[in-house]
Each structure stands twice: as C-alpha cells, then as structure tokens.
Design a protein around this ligand. Sequence first.
Ligand SMILES: [Mg+2]
Length: 210
Amino acid sequence: MPSRSFAPIRSWVFDLDNTLYPPGNGLFTAIEARMNAFVARELGLNLARASALRERYWRQHGTTLAGLMAEHGVAPDPYLAEVHDVDYSVLPPDPALAAALAALPGRRYVFTNGSRAHAQNVLKARELSGAFDAVFGIEDAGYTPKPAPAAYDRLVALAGLDPQRTAFFEDDPVNLVEPRRRGMTTVLVGVEGRADHHTADLAGFLRAIV
Ligand SMILES: [Mg+2]
C-alpha cells in the first residue's frame, strides 16, 4: 500500500496523452498522422522522411512542434489547430477515473505538451473536465515542452506548486526525470521505468492512496 507517501500531497499533476486515456484507441495515431502530413507538406518531404524527421525532433527538441519552431521558424498555433483536428469521440467516458480524481485532496492539474484546446477536448470526451482546477497546455509553457526544465519552471510558477507536496503522473519516464530531481512524488502510468511508483490502472491506484 503506497498510501503513506501520498499523505502530504496537495497538488496532483497529470500528463494527458496516454495517461488520462490509455493508448490503443487510435486518437494519438490520428494526431501523429496529421503531424506527419503537416511536416511533409511544409518541408516538401515524403511521409516516410517526415516521420523520420519527427523522430529526431522528438529526441532533440522534445516534440515535433519544438523542432519545427527551432529549425524552421514554424508558427505554433496553426500547427496545433491542424494536428489536433481529430475525432475525439473514439475516447469513452471514464466515470471511475472521474470519481477517483474528485476524491483527491487538494488541487488537480493537467500539464500537457499538446495544446490547451486538445486537452479540453480530451477531458470533455472522457467526462473529466470538472475534475481539474486548471489545464496547462504547451502555450502556457511558452511552447517549451517537457522534458526541458524550463517547462516545469513555468508549471511550478503558474500553479504555485510546492514540489514536496506535489505528485506527478506520466506515461513517459523521460518526463519524470525533472519532477524527481525537484522532489516531487512520481508515478509512471502504463509502463515500467524510473519512478517512485508504477501503475497500469490509474483509477485503481488513485482509489488506493486516498
Ligand atoms: Mg503522455
């Protein structure tokens, strides 16, 4: 039972994609297809080369958008609107997760490398909108994505986080390195990796710690 280590936690920060909904429903695949199409069109590449370039951007810049901005001066907002123009109805409502989130003591936040509008669309489809005090998108991080330390600086300032009283939930272990370094309690969702806790069942995990 991990409940003791969560007793001081009063701020709960959740990644969005593949954390507040599981992979395998096709949503993120659809977004990736739109990112490939955007990169291919803007840079005059075929889809295979666009996909390979996105892989490098992800490694070197954190996201496709950060790579496009740094290396090609692409404007972020039209890109974000285009790649997130997908069908959110593939995401089912999750009343068990909504109830588990609502029972957490303190404030709850979403912190995503996607746009704020994307996060709001996901929460609406999952019927989780009411569970969060604020949603922070890549716009709020000054378009600097996780895992860059500057992204977390923005989050900490915006939400007024005390790291010792903050739990951070993510499906990507790379994005937990900085929260761990700052003394936040880290939880990896869906995968194994370096973190304080792991779970394959986020709602069940949250129910167990309160
Ligand atoms: Mg994620």
